[in-house]
Structure formats: C-alpha cells, structure tokens
Design a protein around this ligand. Structure first.
Ligand code: GH3
Ligand code: MG
Ligand code: MG
Length: 382
C-alpha cells in the first residue's frame, strides 16, 4: 500500500475566525511562520463566505462572536455536505468552558483555550490535519478497492459478481413492482480461432472491441429498448407517478441504464432494466448486427513473397527492409440469448438459465444471431 506523503504545512490552508483583530493577527503570524497557508474572517457571516470561497483544510473558530457565534457557524458548516468534513477547532476563553459541550455537539473536533500556548496550538492543528488526511486516504483506498473488486480488469466493465449483483437487484425490483426487465447472454463466436490465428493479445483486443461495440449499441437502444413510443413513455411515466406513494420510486431505485458485464472468457451478460421482451430483442439485434461491421486493425510485418494474402489490408511499405507492413482486419460475430422477467420466476438464475438456453440454440443454429427463450418456447431469428 502507498505510504502517506510526509506532513508539509504548506500543503494546508487554515481559516482563522475571530472578531478581535489582535487575535487574528497573532494567530496568522504564528501559522505563517510555521509554513501554513492562511486566510481569515472577522465575523461568523464572513467565515461562512470564506469557507465556500477558499475551501480550507481546517478552521480555527472563535466561540464568542457577535451576530452569528462560533457554535452556530459550526452547526451550519456541519449541516452542509460540502463543508461538513472540515475539522473545526474552537478558540475559547477560560471563562467559556461551560459552552464546550455545545461546541462538541455542534461538530467541533477540539478546542484551544485562550491565551494559548503556541506549541500546543500547533500540535493540535497538526494532529487534526493528519487525522483528516489519513481518513481521506483510507476512504479513497476503500473506494478504489471496491471499484477493483467489481471491475473486469481487461475490459473495465463490471465483472461476474458485480453484474450478477446488479441483476439480482433488478430482479427483486421487478418482483416487487411487477415491472419488466430483461437480460441478454452474449458469447463471441469461434473466439478460439481468433486466438489461434492472431495470438492471445489480439484476442484480448478483440474482446475490448466487442465491449465497445456493445456499449455503443446499448446507449443507442436505451431509449428505444425501454420505451418504444412516446405513448408508451407517457404510460410509463404515469405508472412511475403512481408508485411515488412508495418510499422510493422505481425510477430512483433502478438506474434505468443497460449494464454490460463480463461473465468470464468471451461470455458477457447485459441487464436491461425496465425493458420488455420486444425491447430486449431490439437491443440484441442491434448488437448482433453492429458487431461484424467493426474491425480490429492489427499491425503485422510479413515477408514480400507472402503477398497477396486475401483479407489483409496493405497500409505501409518499407522498401528498405524489403518487407511489407500489413494490418489484417479481425472481425467478430456474436450469438445472443434473450430472456425476460416472468412473474413465475423465483430467482435471477431462472432468467439467466433461459437466456443461456437461447444462446445455446443460437449457436446450434449457425451462430451470428439472436434467439429468445420465453414461455417454454424457443424463437430463432434466422
Ligand atoms: P463458440 O462459437 O462455440 O462460442 O466457440 P468459441 O471458440 O468462442 O468457444 P470456446 O468456449 O471453445 O473458446 C473460448 C475461447 O476463449 C477459449 C479461450 O482461450 C478464450 N479466452 C477466454 N478468455 C480469454 C481472454 O481473456 N483473452 C483471450 N484472448 N482469450 C480468452
Ligand atoms: Mg464463444
Ligand atoms: Mg464460450
């Protein structure tokens, strides 16, 4: 794990808030000398403005100020998600110690009593900046770990576990609201041949191309696939409006976007929220048709005597080396199995099994096509 950089005061900006100019001057001088970046405010109102403008890393906040006092300022900052994370250290007079509990309740992390001793003030500031920095780094590392755990390394799309989780979530929403939802199971045709002909690296590139083409198609079909006509869109809106009596609407719970995930190898699954069989079929056909239209250009050096090689595209000539540079184009096709949610389904797996059966049938029927498995019946598109 990456270690934290050493603590450098110049990387931090501290906002000092005090209605007494003398106090402000003294504090700013100390902080400047120690190397911190500083900014200041002479009232609660100005403090709130400064925080928005300068986004400080820590605030030294005078407790007693006219108009908006320190505790009120602190409360306002803690209620705003943009400023809640900024550590606030209160500056209090010894006689104000009975307010301290309120200061902590308002969200303060610490306090320093006036007149303060400089080393103590600096020590407290450093501790809280360091704590905050460590917390931020941990949060970032945690988010990154979560992202890595959910992502397929080669293609950058959700991995098996992640897409299954998404599917399960959609399944339970469909069960609860009896709303449509579909899945596509996609498998690259004769992918082994691509690896055998061009090598594993080119195979990897072909998989990335497959993902790009599919994502492009899904973006285009998203609207068509889900809400085919304006009339249907309006009906759908009315239905969602009805559901608003529930704590959350379906639209809020489901992000409505098509999600492509990699099951492993050259097998992929698409989860299509709010999409019925017809919509899913349109999406699948679009993906299937678009796939062979895209090609992967691969740079290869070949000896002169091997030309002409059918299917290779000449791009460059290097007469010095007596070798021609070719870019053979790699094209792929896919077979797709389609299944849609059936209220009789008990779990997500029931849906996936139907999509898998349909995919198998598409392969058996000659590949490069879409098949549907619905109500115990198989429909082939070719
Ligand atoms: P079918 O049309 O019946 O699906 O034939 P296929 O050759 O695509 O199917 P098969 O399951 O026999 O072969 C899949 C191949 O995919 C075998 C495996 O080496 C390759 N493969 C799996 N994962 C990867 C990968 O991440 N990168 C590359 N380059 N190849 C992979
Ligand atoms: Mg395959
Ligand atoms: Mg396979």
């Amino acid at each position: 794990m990456k270690l934290l950089e050493s603590f450098k005061p110049e990387n931090f900006l501290i906002l000092v808030v005090d209605d007494m100019r003398k106090n402000l001057q003294l504090l700013i001088e100390i902080l400047d000398t120690y190397g911190y970046g500083t900014t200041f405010a002479i009232s609660g109102k100005q403090a709130l403005e400064r925080v928005k403008m300068t986004e400080p890393d820590l605030i030294l906040l005078d407790l007693m100020m006219p108009e908006i006092n320190g505790i009120e300022v602190c409360k306002i900052l803690k209620e705003d998600e943009n400023t809640a994370h900024i550590p606030v250290i209160f500056l209090t007079a010894a006689s104000e110690s009975n307010y301290l509990l309120n200061a902590f309740k308002a969200g303060a992390v610490d306090y320093v009593t006036k007149p303060f001793r400089t080393p103590e003030l600096l020590a407290r500031i450093k501790i809280h900046l360091d704590l905050k920095r460590t917390k931020d780094e941990l949060e970032k590392a945690y988010e990154e770990m979560k992202r890595i755990a959910a992502t397929d390394e080669l293609t950058g799309i959700p991995n098996r576990r992640s897409i299954f989780n998404f599917g399960k979530q959609e399944f339970s929403l469909s069960k609860r609201y009896n709303s449509p939802f579909s899945v596509l199971m996609i498998d690259v045709d004769k992918f082994k041949t691509i690896n055998d002909t061009h090598g594993h690296d080119i195979g990897d590139e072909a998989l990335k191309m497959m993902v790009n083409v599919t994502l492009n198609c899904l973006r285009k079909v998203d609207y068509i696939g889900r809400l085919k006509t304006e009339e249907e869109a309006l009906k759908q809106q009315a239905r969602l409006a009805q559901l608003e009596t529930q704590t959350e609407t379906l639209a809020q719970q489901s992000d409505l976007e098509a999600h492509l995930g990699r099951l492993g190898g050259e097998e992929f699954v698409v989860v299509l929220p709010q999409t019925d069989l017809k919509g899913a079929y349109i999406a699948a056909q679009r993906v299937c048709k678009a796939m062979p239209e895209e090609s992967l250009l691969v740079k290869k050096t070949l000896p002169l005597h091997t030309i002409p090689i059918i299917g290779l595209v000449l791009r460059e000539i290097n007469p010095m080396a007596g070798i021609l540079f070719f870019y053979p184009t790699v094209k792929i096709t896919v077979s797709i199995g389609v299944a849609t949610y059936d209220p009789k389904d008990e779990k997500m797996d029931d849906l996936l099994k139907r999509a898998d059966l349909a995919l198998f049938a598409a392969k058996e029927n000659g590949r490069n096509q879409v098949a549907i498995m619905h109500n115990g019946k198989l429909k082939l598109s070719k």
